[in-house]
Design a protein around this ligand. Structure first.
Ligand SMILES: Nc1ncnc2c1ncn2[C@@H]1O[C@H](COP(=O)(O)OP(=O)(O)OP(=O)(O)O)[C@@H](O)[C@H]1O
Ligand SMILES: [Mg+2]
Length: 289
């Protein structure tokens, strides 16, 4: 299949390390789902958009919730609508096909060209969810008993699955996936990431903010270290707030943009006070309780 030869090299708005690019390309070449793990805010969800953009393919997003069932991704037989139509409608309800609504996997199978299918946050669902999907992802087809049809994927979708590791995934599922852990970006990669979002940012401000950011991440005992997305928000807050680079390391303004837990906030404040820094506990934004 020629579509398997597409090569992902990242996009202008998304910085993908060489290892990540390789994992994506291996998964595409082997026709296997790519399972992406990594800290929150490290670009797992955005990767799927970047792959779709980079390869010029449509992106279908299946957001997984705690109540999502694997069968929701295949199709839903809308019996309620059929019943309603049979009682109040004026058209023929014997054609069951009109009440079969495709789920995201069904849509991906029906698509006339290869799509990228993001199954986002698979670990939110029930522990059985990944196993229940295995068969359909393996054989790329499923039956619709209500109509007696078998739906075969016209083009094997590029399947990207993200997980925040809230739950362990079953071994049988892991065996079928290509796995990639997005390592937390080092400073030079982080600069590149910031640069695609804020190309005009003052370099001195960026350096001070990054030094403060990586220092905070190094403080022991944090329950939730700030991540890429929080750094991006912080840089925006600093810019909008007209904060000078000198003030960043002296006052750590808007600390609540980086730290979301009271425990972490207090831990960092204690460390700063020990260093003789007089950071206001409110740090410029209201604290939540
Ligand atoms: N490598 C990257 N290149 C460009 N932007 C990035 C990168 N990594 C993260 N970001 C930015 O960080 C933010 C968070 O990314 P994203 O939502 O994809 O993270 P996530 O890993 O899916 O987080 P969560 O686990 O909370 O869902 C986005 O605004 C994204 O633009
Ligand atoms: Mg995400």
């Amino acid at each position: 299949m020629h579509e398997n030869l597409a090569i992902f090299t990242g996009t202008g708005d998304y910085i993908a390390s060489n290892e990540l690019q390789n994992s994506v390309n291996v998964a595409i070449a082997l026709g296997r789902p790519l399972l992406i793990k990594g800290e929150p805010g490290t670009g797992k969800t955005m990767l799927a958009q970047s792959i779709a953009d980079g390869l010029g393919k449509e992106l279908l997003i299946w957001n997984i919730k705690s109540t999502t069932k694997a069968s929701d991704g295949l199709y839903i037989y809308d019996t309620v609508q059929r019943l309603y139509d049979s009682q109040f409608g004026d058209h023929d309800v014997s054609d069951i096909k009109q009440y079969i609504k495709m789920g995201k996997l069904g849509e991906a199978f029906l698509a006339t060209s290869q799509v990228v299918l993001l199954i986002d946050e698979i670990d939110k669902a029930d522990i059985e969810f990944p196993n229940d999907l295995l068969w359909e992802l393996d054989i790329m087809s499923f039956d619709i008993p209500e109509t007696g049809e078998n739906l075969q994927a016209r083009h094997r979708p590029v399947v990207i699955i993200t997980s925040n590791a809230e739950k362990e995934l079953p071994d049988a599922f892991l065996r079928r996936c290509i796995f990639h852990y997005i390592a937390f970006p080092d400073a030079s990669m982080m600069k590149e990431i910031v640069n695609v979002h804020y190309p005009e940012l003052e370099q001195k401000l960026l350096e001070e903010a990054m030094a403060a950011f990586y220092w905070i991440r190094s403080v022991g005992g944090l329950q939730k270290k700030p991540s890429t997305s929080e750094l991006l928000d912080w840089l925006q807050a600093l810019t909008v707030g007209g904060i000078s680079p000198e003030k960043v390391s002296a006052e750590f303004p808007f600390l609540g943009v980086l730290l979301k837990k009271d425990h972490d906030f207090n831990t960092v404040l204690q460390h700063l006070h020990r260093q003789g820094k007089q950071v206001k506990s409110a740090a410029g934004i209201p604290r939540s309780r």
